[in-house]
Design a protein around this ligand. Structure first.
Ligand code: IFM
Length: 433
């Protein structure tokens, strides 16, 4: 049941991941209102919970990084908060810049390699009010953010990912409406589906104009299978794959969007979107894969995309997500069909659980998924794995109820207590190779 570094190639990177708004405490350090603060006030989150205090990582980052280093991890994946660095979307907040200086330096002081992400969902509300990702002026502002991060921290970061999970930023937030800003509209969603990829392309170019930092993007994959052999279910699967998985990887790797999705989205996309595809598909240095679950889908009546998820009766996490470790192997293989020898990292993988400190279920989840990764890494360019998450945190629309951490956070006292899963990682990773 134990993890063993020897099962992975030399130099394989083990880390844990977090995101700014989920842990930092957004009311500290001069951060501006973010679209998530606004969404929470509008009732978009469980009990209107928000990231105002979160885990107070803003003040407790040294303790958190000590835990990472003592756990034997090699790397820390974290994100920069846009609304902290540019509270109104354009003016730079020096206090915010100084915070990330301290944070990155504290990682380096502990031999933790800093894997940065420029956008993990905390857009300044001032830009949200301009239309957010549906507005290409806002997309251009994102390039300013990426350039700023590269200029200030580029010499100290291991790498920089532009966008975390474009599906969540576009489809989940603008069509399904589960995430900020909570829009439910195909026309808006279609614009954001393209604009988020354009943001990536512009972000890479802006960062490269500043320094030679390795640049990439983090995609989430939810592979599907059809509930039956009927044509209707197979077509529903094709729509699911096109919107959830293929749109982003195909744009990046081939400069084209999948025809199955384009059919419905194209009429609403920005004029002359085709002209952006070269920039979107410009070469990158790595790709991040986030994987949690797979789904079985079937055709349903009603509105586009007419895809319903049907339970297979499998074991689920506390998110209700079915557990299928082998699907992570299939995703890695499929990605390499597009990306060949581009370095890949599993940048998020983990489970929400109610099991508290004695989280044997989470250990089993990590073990089964890292076994698959170890196997893939023998023949495919998988270079690292990051557990989601270092600590319990703000799980977006679901607030603090869902606990993904390997470290428990008491939200009354903010005390951190390592769970059994943290000890499992520590036993497998220490001492560092
Ligand atoms: O908490 C999120 C994270 O911010 C993005 N990927 C999925 C995680 C679990 O839902």
């Amino acid at each position: 049941m134990q993890l063993n570094r020897k099962d992975f190639p030399d130099g394989f990177v083990f880390g844990a991941a977090t995101a700014a708004y989920q842990i930092e405490g957004h009311k500290f350090g001069g951060a501006g209102e973010s679209i998530w603060d606004h969404f929470a006030k509008q009732g978009g989150t469980f009990e209107n919970q928000d990231g105002a205090i979160a885990c107070d990582h803003y003040h407790r980052y040294e303790e958190d990084l000590d835990l990472m280093a003592n756990g034997g991890f090699d790397a820390y994946r974290f994100s920069f908060s846009w609304a902290r660095l540019m509270p109104d979307g354009k003016t730079i907040n020096e206090e915010g810049l100084a915070f990330y200086d301290r944070l990155v330096d504290a990682m380096l002081a502990r031999n933790l390699r800093p894997f940065g992400t420029a956008y993990h969902w905390d857009m300044p509300q001032a830009l949200g009010e301009l239309g957010g990702w549906a507005n290409q002026d806002v997309v251009r502002r994102f390039a300013d953010l990426t350039g700023l991060i590269a200029k200030r921290y580029g010499d100290r970061l291991e790498s920089l990912a532009t966008i975390n999970e474009p599906w969540c930023v576009s489809w989940l937030s603008h069509f399904i409406g589960e995430h900020a800003p909570g829009t439910q509209d195909l026309a808006t969603a279609s614009k954001t589906m393209h604009n988020i990829m354009l943001a990536h392309g512009l972000g890479v170019a802006a960062a490269r104009a500043e320094c030679g930092i390795p640049m990439g993007i983090v995609l989430n994959f939810t592979p599907g299978e059809a509930a039956s052999d009927s044509d209707a279910d197979k077509q529903a699967l094709a729509r699911h794959e096109a919107i959830s998985n293929e749109w982003y990887i195909e744009a990046l790797a081939t400069g084209e969007y999948p025809a199955v999705a384009l059919e419905a989205l194209e009429p609403h996309m920005p004029d002359n979107w085709q002209a952006d595809m070269d920039l979107i598909s410009a070469p990158i240095d790595f790709m991040g894969i986030n994987y949690y679950t797979s789904v079985q889908v079937q055709a349903i009546e009603g509105d586009y995309p007419n895809v319903g998820v049907v339970s297979r009766g499998w074991e689920t996490t506390d998110m209700g997500w079915e557990i299928e470790p082998d699907a992570l192997g299939r995703v890695i293989k499929q990605v390499t069909n597009y990306t060949a020898d581009l370095p890949l990292y599993v940048t998020e993988n983990g489970m929400a659980a109610k099991s508290g400190l004695d989280d044997a279920d989470r250990i089993a989840y990590f073990k089964s998924h890292t076994d698959v990764v170890a196997n893939c890494a023998q023949s495919l360019p998988v270079k690292g794995y990051f557990a989601w998450s270092l600590m319990d945190n703000f799980e977006w629309a679901l607030g603090y109820e869902k606990r993904f951490g390997i470290i428990h956070v008491d939200y009354d006292t903010l005390e951190r207590t390592p769970k059994q899963s943290y000890e499992w990682w520590k036993a497998g990773l220490s001492p560092k190779a």
